[in-house]
Design a protein around this ligand. Structure first.
Ligand code: ADP
Length: 308
């Protein structure tokens, strides 16, 4: 058994329009890399968070440390680990920066301990790590980052994750304006009340999206993405959101909404060509703003954390 492992932990889009706090999917191409080694010190040492010196290296504050500790506590182990995080996803991105670290950490440690847990069980530990970032338990980024594909979090008590294989031709374009929105703050602006009429439209969409994913019905996926509850309250946090959405819909997007708590915005597409046109439309809107941004075009990934 090796004493060291390197993993790729993917970014993820959560909420996915209508599925606030219950849906997420993994994306290819952007993610953290982590190198995790066993040590003899019986403690977790976050050695470096490359390029993001402001991130906590205290293992009780870094999501990777907390997630590993949750796994070790359950296992009754006091094995120590050195953790190096090569962070490619800016924190506060809305594409699961903290979730990638939490998921990557538990998959790597599980590997080094000869796999005592299944990937599904690991989601629970990763979720405990994620809790220190957002102040709340939620698995809609850590589940897809760990398992890949789409994940539906049907319930939390106990955690009930349903993994859904993405339709073969489902692509996405994501724009990440380089401004930080803290999940905690984006949650605080949400009203705790939902008018019944809006709730009915929303759960119709969630069910429609599920049916669309299972039957690869791209039109149904598109018309079900609409979020009547959270997007209207949060879009003020994202510069040019309305124009962005209008432009990507004109460019052929199946649907478009805020990724996680923003500032990233995602659009789903039928095929790579369509996703490329949507990315071009995003670029046209944002190059006028003077705000730095990154755009990712990616297949909805079937893979979660990969052992490199
Ligand atoms: P994101 O959606 O990008 O994960 P969050 O606001 O949910 O954004 O999480 C970012 C917060 O998590 C920051 O306050 C950051 O300091 C904290 N954090 C702790 N550990 C990590 C980590 N390994 N990677 C990213 N963020 C982390």
């Amino acid at each position: 058994m090796s004493d060291s492992v390197k993993v790729f932990a993917p970014a993820s889009v959560s909420n996915v329009g209508c599925g606030f706090d219950i849906l997420g999917f993994a994306i290819d191409g952007v993610g953290d890399e982590m190198i995790i080694k066993k040590n003899d010190q019986n403690k977790i040492v976050i050695q470096a968070v490359k390029d993001y010196e402001n991130l906590p290296t205290d293992p009780k504050k870094n999501v990777a440390g907390v997630a590993i500790q949750a796994l070790l506590d359950e296992l009754g182990s006091n094995q120590g680990f050195d953790v190096e995080i090569i962070k490619n996803i800016k924190p506060g991105s809305g594409i699961g920066s903290s979730a990638a670290s939490a998921a990557g950490a538990v998959v790597a440690v599980n590997e080094l301990l000869d796999k005592p847990y299944t990937r599904l069980q690991l989601v629970d530990f990763a979720m405990k790590g994620e809790e220190v970032a957002s102040g709340d338990v939620h698995a809609d980024n850590v589940a897809p980052a760990t398992l890949g594909g789409f994940c539906l979090i049907r319930g939390y008590n106990p955690l009930d994750v349903i993994h859904i294989q993405p339709p073969a031709n489902l692509w996405c374009a994501v724009i990440h304006p380089q401004i930080e929105i803290k999940t905690k703050e984006a949650r605080e602006i949400l009203s705790p009340e939902i008018p019944l009429k809006k709730a009915i439209r929303q759960w119709g969409n969630v069910a429609g999206l599920m049916a669309g994913l299972y039957t690869s019905n791209y039109d149904l996926i598109g018309r079900s993405l609409e979020d009547h509850i959270v997007e209207p309250q949060r879009k003020v946090l994202i510069p040019e959101f309305d124009e962005l959405k209008l432009s990507v819909m004109k460019a052929g997007a199946l649907g478009c909404s805020i990724s996680g708590s923003g500032p990233s915005v995602f659009a789903l597409a039928n095929g790579k060509e369509s996703a490329d046109s949507i990315a071009a439309a995003m670029n046209t809107v944002y190059e006028r703003t003077g705000i730095d941004y990154k755009i990712y075009v990616s297949k909805v990934s079937e893979d979660g954390v990969k052992i490199l």
